[in-house]
Design a protein around this ligand. Structure first.
Ligand SMILES: *Cc1c(COP(=O)(O)O)cnc(C)c1O
Length: 357
């Protein structure tokens, strides 16, 4: 098999050592004689996997004791609807729109109550100045997307929302940098970007926010019910949880999120520095809000896009096409993308530019 680098925005690259370990344990997990896929979710073996997965996540993100960790299904988009259902409780909520995903969150939430867009960037190239946000003191929560996967915009700081809990969609950069969980009311993230396989959504929720659910919240999405039942109101996505657990172990072996952050800074700087050094390519995002994970870029001559993608693919650099709503190219360089992958991309971009000047 030829060496490839996978720049997909999600589902995305996983650490090879994690995949090898899953392969080795596929038919017989720790002498049980069965695959994790075949185990009862309530059996001792799987419960030990779940407990270790949660404990490792808590270590990695330093999750305080008064936060619950839920392993749910339905992805981040299901949570877009379940957040208002679990939190609104007759109040309104504030939303900040900084890209396609937070815009989608507004759309999903509007069905359930009064949603106020209190700031919006135009175009999606930056995070609006906190001072311009028209926050409501009585809002049930303030929703933000701290890394816009499609547009390539990442928050470099958190606003002061007073007593209003911040709810953050971290799908595409969770575990890429240290965060202070205590600054948030709720953190949620679909797994298929920076954690593991699709089918799992992590929700980290402050305990005191578990008593606001509407009476119509479905059981499987009822955060309090899920937290009281170890995420087992229904059968949780067992295999996805197992792989997420292997990824968390891998992250701990790397030295945790502080070490991973340094690697992510090095990878992102290599690519941005090259893009900024030539007018053959460009990235439009305000420098301080440039994402370390998702890097959209454009060729000056867009008629070369197909040639660029074909040449990249021939060099083993895959899934670089930009999202259809943005166009151009996008390199997603999550935790599991090695530095060598970004080096290979930059080398290809240099030689493509040289041969098409
Ligand atoms: C991918 C993504 C989503 C959607 O996740 P699904 O698992 O498809 O529901 C939502 N928000 C962000 C920031 C994403 O990157």
């Amino acid at each position: 098999m030829a060496k490839i680098y996978n720049f997909s925005a999600g589902p995305a690259v996983l650490p090879p050592s994690v995949l090898k370990r899953a392969q080795a344990e596929m038919l017989d997990w720790h002498g049980t004689g069965m695959s994790v896929m075949e185990m009862s979710h309530r059996g001792k073996a799987f419960l030990s996997i779940l407990a270790k997965t949660e404990a490792d996540l808590r270590t990695l993100l330093n999750v305080p004791d008064h936060y619950k960790v839920l392993f749910l299904q339905g992805g981040a988009i299901a949570e877009n609807a379940m957040i208002p259902l679990n939190l609104l409780n007759g109040k309104s909520a504030d939303y900040v729109v900084t890209g396609s995903w937070s815009e989608r969150s507004v759309k999903e939430a509007k069905m359930f109550g009064e949603i106020n867009v209190v700031a919006k960037s135009q175009p999606f190239h930056y995070v609006p100045d906190f001072a311009s946000w028209k926050l409501n003191k009585d809002a049930a929560y303030l929703h933000i997307c701290t890394n816009e996967t499609i547009d390539g915009v990442e928050f470099d700081a958190l606003p002061n929302a007073g007593n209003v809990p911040i709810v953050a969609d971290m799908s595409s950069h969770i575990l890429s940098r240290p965060i202070d969980v205590s600054q948030y009311g709720v953190i949620y993230a679909g797994a298929q970007k920076n954690i593991g396989p699709a089918g799992l959504c992590l929700v980290i929720v402050r305990e005191d926010l578990l008593n606001q659910a509407a009476p119509i919240v479905p059981g499987v999405f009822h955060w309090k019910a899920q937290s009281e039942n170890q995420s087992m109101v229904n059968t949780p996505p067992t295999y996805a949880i197992y792989i997420a657990g292997l990824v968390f172990e891998w992250l701990l072996e790397q030295g945790g999120v502080e070490v991973i952050e340094q690697q992510n800074i090095a990878k992102a700087s290599l690519l941005y520095d090259y893009i900024d050094s030539t007018d053959f390519y460009r990235n439009d995002i305000l420098v301080r809000h440039r994402s370390r994970m998702n890097i959209p870029f454009f060729l000056k001559d867009e008629s070369l896009n197909d040639d660029f993608l074909a040449g990249a693919e021939a060099n083993g650099l895959l899934q670089l096409k930009g999202h259809r709503s943005v166009g151009g190219m996008r390199a997603s360089i999550y935790n599991a993308m090695p530095f060598a992958g970004v080096q290979a991309l930059v080398e290809f971009m240099q030689s493509f530019a040289q041969s098409h000047q």
